[in-house]
Design a protein around this ligand. Sequence first.
Ligand code: NAG
Ligand code: NAG
Ligand code: NAG
Ligand code: NAG
Ligand code: NAG
Ligand code: NAG
Ligand code: NAG
Length: 909
Amino acid sequence: MVLNEGSVTMKLLASVTTCLLVAAFTAVSVEAQENVLTRVAPSMLECYENAQIFERDNRLPMTMNMLIELIRKVEDSPGFQQDIRQLAISMLHRFRQDGIVRAPGVTSMSGVIPFSPTEFQFTKHRVLFSRLLPGNAVNFPNATLSLDERCALHFMLSNSIDRRVRGDENVRCSQLSQYRAARVPRELDFKGGSRFRTNYLGDNEMLAQPEMDRIREHIKKIKNKSASPARLEMDPDEEHLDENGEPEEVAVEEEPQEEPIEAAGEDEESPGEPLEEEDGSLVEIGDVSQVVDIASNAISACPVENGVVYTPWGSVMAGTVLAGIAAGLEPQTVQLRDLVSRSDQYRSRQVQPLRVDNRWAATLSGDLAEVTLLDAPSVGNNVQVGAAGAWNRTVAPRWYFLSQRERLQMTDTEIRAGIDGLLLATNIAEWRSRANNLRLSQLLDMYYSQRGVFNDTVRSCNRRDLFTTVAPMQQLRDQTVSFSTVLDKEMQMPFTITQDAIVNFADRATDALANYIPSALNDLSCEATAIVMNDPTVWRSASDLYIFVDAAWPHRDAYSVVSNILDSVDVGRFGTTYTILNARDGSVIVNTTQFLSDFHLTYTAQRHETLPTGLNIPNVFRRLREETNALMAAERRNNSLSGRSKIALVIVNTDRVSEGDTNFAIQHLQIFREEVPDLRFLYLAAGDPGRFNRFVREERRDVFPLRELESGSVVDTIRVQLSPVIRRIQEEPRRVVNPRCGHDWVQENWGSNSMNQFVEPRGVNFYRLHPNYFFQQGNNRRFRIQGHGFASLTVCHSRWVERPRQNTTENRDSIQCRQINTDAYDIDLSNACDGHSVIHTCPPLFVSVEGPPNPPTIIRCSEPECRFPDNARYAIVLDNMGCFSGAGRTVGTLLVAMMAALVSVLHFK
Ligand SMILES: *[C@@H]1O[C@H](CO)[C@@H](O)[C@H](O)[C@H]1NC(C)=O
Ligand SMILES: *[C@@H]1O[C@H](CO)[C@@H](O)[C@H](O)[C@H]1NC(C)=O
Ligand SMILES: *[C@@H]1O[C@H](CO)[C@@H](O)[C@H](O)[C@H]1NC(C)=O
Ligand SMILES: *[C@@H]1O[C@H](CO)[C@@H](O)[C@H](O)[C@H]1NC(C)=O
Ligand SMILES: *[C@@H]1O[C@H](CO)[C@@H](O)[C@H](O)[C@H]1NC(C)=O
Ligand SMILES: *[C@@H]1O[C@H](CO)[C@@H](O)[C@H](O)[C@H]1NC(C)=O
Ligand SMILES: *[C@@H]1O[C@H](CO)[C@@H](O)[C@H](O)[C@H]1NC(C)=O
C-alpha cells in the first residue's frame, strides 16, 4: 500500500539517504494529494457550488458531538477496514483544506467559483500535508456520508477566517464585547449547597442585551456574597482580556542580527531533492491577505472563524486536533535540510541540526511559526497570541465570531486545539498499545468528555494544567524555530527575515503563549462541568425517546430546546434513539433514528411552518400507542430485552387540555400502565406546567416549566432551563422486559432470554424490571447479572430504592450489593409479589451495575458494541419470566368502563 510505504520511508528520513528520500517522495506524490493544490480541491467544490449547501445556517451544527457522530458513521460503514491512523490521515486529506476564502468583488459567474485557498493558513497546510503528514483519501468511503455530512466535515476541519463585512457588525460585534465582559466566575458559582449543577454559564455564547444585563447583576451579587472574589475572571465593568493577552516584556532585548547568514559548508551532507521539483506545477501562493488595512471598511470588526467546533470546555480548531492525532500515530522527526529545498537551505552551522517533529508542527509550533513570521516582524517586542471569540448560539452553533480583526495568526481555538492535539499525539502510542483497536471516534469521545482517556487525567477540561507538562518551554521554542525556518521558505511574506530574527521572534511568540494560557484562556474547569458536584460518577443515558413538539413555539425555540436535549442524552447506537412528532396531530416529523444529523437536516424552519400548532392529547396518546406497540412487537421478534428507558417528552406552549380530553387521557394512561408499564411521560410547558400534573406518574418529578427564552430570572439560558429535564431523562432506569410478552401480553412460551450490556469505569447503569413480569408465583424465576470477567463490577438491587448504589447513605437497609467478576449475581423472583393482590402495589425490581473506579489493567472491549475500549461487558439474563397485565383482556375490548374492568381482572389473577 502506498500509504504504508510512504510512512515507513518517511520515518527513515531522519537518518537520511538521498535515494530513499527521493523514492519516498515519488511514491507519495504519485497519488494525487488534491488538498495541497492551490485551488479548492475538486472533491470539496461540491461545498461551494451549491448555495443551499454553502449557506452556514443550513449546515449541520459545528459541535464535537456531531463530529464524533460523523466519524462513527464512517467507521461503521459496511466493510470499513481502516485503523485509526489510516482514518485520521484519510479524513484530513479528504476534507481539510485551510485558507479558503471568497475572492473579494467577484460576482458569481458560470465556470467561476469565487473561492480559493489564498489565506496565509494555506502555506502551513501545504507544508504539513505534502511533507509531514503525507497520505491520500483514495479509500475513503465517500458514499457513507450525504452531501450535507461531507460538507459539514469539510467546514469543521478547514481553517480560514472570513473577514468580509456582513452588515450585522453593529449587533454581533457589540454582543461579543458584552460577552467578554460577562464571563462567569469559574468556581465561585458552583460552591453552593445544591447537589446538582444549576448554572451552566460560561459556555461562550453571546447573549441578547437583556440577558447580558441579568448576568451582570448576577455576577455582582455573587461578588458581593463571596468572601474570596479572587477567582473572578472577569470584572463586569472592565475588559481584562486585552491586558491579559499582552505578554510580559521579554527580557531578551537583543535586536535581530543584521549580518548575512554564514555561508554553508556544502560538504556536510548531501541533502534530498527539493520537494517542489517533484511537483513542478506548484506555483507561488499569493498571500495578499497578509497586509490588513485596519482602516478599511472592507474588513469586518468581528470576522468569522472557520473550522471551529464547539465543546463545553472551549471551542477548538478540529482540523488541528485531528492532525495531532494523525501525527502521533505516524511520528516523524525530519531534519531541516530535508525539508528545506536545496537552494534555500538553512546553512547555519549549528551543533544540533534543527529537526522538525510533525507532532509539534501539526499543533502548537505550527501556529507559533505563523506568529513568528507574520506578526512578530511588524510589532517587535509586542508579540501577541490569542484571539477570543464566541458563537452567537451554542446550541446548534454555526457562527463563530472573533473579537478582533487583526493579529489572528494564533487564535484561542488554535491554542486549545494545539494543546489537545499535542496531548493526544504524545500519548496515542501508549493508548493504542493498551487498546489495539482503538477507534478515532472513541478517542475523541473519551477526550472531550468528563471521563477522560482511560483515566481522568487526560481530558479536555484539564488542558490548561497539562500544558506545561506536554509542552516543555525549551522544546516548544526549538520546534517553533525549526518549523518557522521551514515555513519562512514557503510563505509569501511582506518581510525578509534573517535566521537570527526568526530565532528571536520564535522565542517571543513562545513566551507570549506561555503567558497567555494560564491568564487568558478562561475555559470551564472539570469541576464546573461535573454533572453532580464532587461525584466522579459518569452518567449516561440510554432511552427510546419520543419528543412531541408543539409548533406554537417559534422554530428557533423549538429547535434550540430539542437540539439541546438531544445533545445531552447520548444519542447514538450506544445510547439513545429518538423520534420527533407533532403534538397536535401526532404525525412523525423525524423518523426514529440514532443520528443527531437527522434532526438538524429535517427540522428546518420551512418544515416547522407547515406543522399544525397546539397540543391534542388524544392524538399524542394514540400515536404513542402505535409507536410503543410497534417497538414491543419488534422486541418480541428480536428477543430483545430492551436495555433503554422509554420516555415520552411533550413540549407544550400555552395550550391546555380540555375536560373531554382529560377524561380520555386519564383512561388512556391506565391502558399505558398496563400495556407499557415502563413508559414515562414528561411535560415541558410554558405557563403553569402544573396543569399536566394529572398526566404523569409523579408530578413532582415529571413536569417542568419552559419559560419564554428571552425572559425570566437571571442566567436564564436554555441550558439552565433544560438541565433538570436532562437530568430526569438520565435518571430514568433502563427497561428490562420479557420479550415474550410483546405488546399484547400474550405469552406463548417460557424460557430464558439475555442481552449483553456495557459499563465504563466510574459509570453506572440502572435497570428496572416491572412486576408485570413476575407478579404470580413461578418456579426458577430469576434475574441474573452475569459477569464476563472484563472488570470487577458492583451489582446492587433493591425493591424500594430506584437507583440503588453501594455507597448511598439513604435506605441502606433495603439495598443489597455484591462485587462480581466472572461470576453471576442472582435475584430470585419466583415469589416476589407475595401478599400483593394487584400488580400496581407490588414494587418493581431495581438493579444497578457499577463499573470499577479505575480502568482495568487489561483493556478488553474491542467489539463494535463497545462505546469505549475500557468498557466492561456483562449479560442480563431473565429466566422464566411471565407476562401479567390487564392489557391483554381489557384493551382489546372497548374502552368503556375501562377502569372497573381493569381492577376486577387484576383481582382475579
Ligand atoms: C472518495 O473521494 C476522494 C476524493 O474525490 C477520492 O480520492 C477517493 O478515491 C474516493 N473514495 C472512494 C472509495 O472512491
Ligand atoms: C453589595 O453590598 C453592599 C453592602 O454590603 C450593598 O450596598 C450593595 O447594594 C450590594 N450590591 C449589589 C449589586 O447587590
Ligand atoms: C448568528 O449570526 C448570523 C450572522 O449574523 C445570523 O445569520 C444567524 O441567524 C445568527 N444566529 C442566531 C441563532 O442568532
Ligand atoms: C492516567 O493516564 C496517564 C496517561 O496514560 C498516566 O500517565 C497517568 O499515570 C494515569 N493516571 C492515573 C492516576 O492512573
Ligand atoms: C419515515 O420512514 C418511512 C419509511 O420507513 C418513510 O416512508 C417516511 O417518509 C419517513 N418519514 C419521514 C418524516 O422521514
Ligand atoms: C430488530 O432487528 C432488526 C433486524 O435485525 C433491526 O433492524 C431492528 O432495529 C431490531 N429492533 C429492535 C427493537 O432491536
Ligand atoms: C464504596 O466506598 C468504599 C470505601 O470508600 C470504596 O472502596 C468502594 O469502591 C465504593 N464503592 C463504589 C461502588 O463506589
